[in-house]
Design a protein around this ligand. Structure first.
Ligand code: FPP
Length: 260
């Protein structure tokens, strides 16, 4: 994986290989491979999710220390309800466990929690954990830890279209004034402005799909796929993935020579 890391280098030397001015502002991660991690160890799938939660804690601190502005994590999709009840119940309990144990460290690291998704469809205990964490970290001014919980990109676009259409039908918005900015503001990422769109999307576990994640916002993101399973994903993996990002030539549709 990490051709650019020398095995003898310590973590500080590895960190110093990154260009500080090119740390992505917004990183989004599709945390995949919890089930396979557990299967390899002859453990139930939920053991993989539990270990995945520990990875979330570690990567949150690492990203915050690197100066990332927004870390968006795909924790539960609108399609994940199709999993067995026992697994869904466990996944719905994870935010409760996570915030119960981790909010003090989030505050210590000046990290603010945001959650995007259809929260009112979650069990009451999950909603409470989420809203409490948002409230408890509301004065933090550092990185935003943005969980996508019961989130789906197509559903998000439908909701945005409905909200824009209702403004038009109430004569609060003219059709000609519907711009990309208006769409941005009506998406669930509107609150993350000016960092609505991920600069870097990472998917773990070797799968190379976007699985209904941030369909509008990923238009110009760089994609990096890694074989590491999410519970094994470490600081070293994140540094290596950011290094790959820093070697990319982002042109946003322009030619290489143009610098406007
Ligand atoms: C995908 O792995 C993972 C999920 C659907 C759940 C992601 C949840 C976590 C990482 C836990 C952290 C959550 C919080 C709120 C702190 P998979 O089960 O599809 O793995 P597989 O493809 O190997 O079966």
């Amino acid at each position: 994986m990490l051709d650019f890391f020398n095995k003898k280098e310590n973590m500080d030397e590895k960190r110093n290989k990154l260009k500080r001015e090119l740390i992505p502002n917004h990183i989004a991660i599709i945390m995949d491979g919890n089930g396979r991690w557990a299967k390899k160890r002859h453990l139930p799938r939920i053991a993989g999710h539990k270990q995945g939660m520990e990875t979330v804690k570690n990567i949150t601190k690492v990203a915050s220390n690197l100066g990332v502005k927004v870390l968006t994590l795909y924790a539960f999709s609108t399609e994940n309800w199709k999993r067995p009840d026992k697994e869904v119940d466990f996944l719905m309990d994870l935010p409760v466990k996570f915030f119960n144990t981790f909010v003090p460290e989030l505050i210590e690291n000046n990290v603010r929690v945001n959650v995007m998704g259809y929260i009112d469809m979650l069990p009451k205990k999950t909603q409470k954990a989420v809203y409490d964490a948002i409230e408890q970290t509301s004065n933090c001014t550092g990185m935003v830890l943005n969980f996508a919980l019961n989130y789906g990109g197509r559903a998000e676009l439908v909701s945005a279209i409905q909200s824009i259409a209702s403004k038009v039908s109430e004569n609060k918005l003219e059709i000609e004034k519907i711009t990309e900015k208006v769409v941005d503001a009506n998406l669930m990422t509107g609150k993350l402005a000016p960092y609505n769109d991920p600069d870097l999307l990472i998917r773990t576990s070797g799968e190379e799909r976007i699985s209904n994640f941030l369909l509008w916002q990923l238009a110009y993101s760089e994609f990096v796929f890694t074989d590491t399973l999410w519970p094994d994903y470490s600081e070293e993996d994140l540094l290596a993935n950011i290094y790959t990002f820093q070697t990319r030539d982002r042109r946003f549709g322009r030619l290489k020579e143009e610098k406007k």
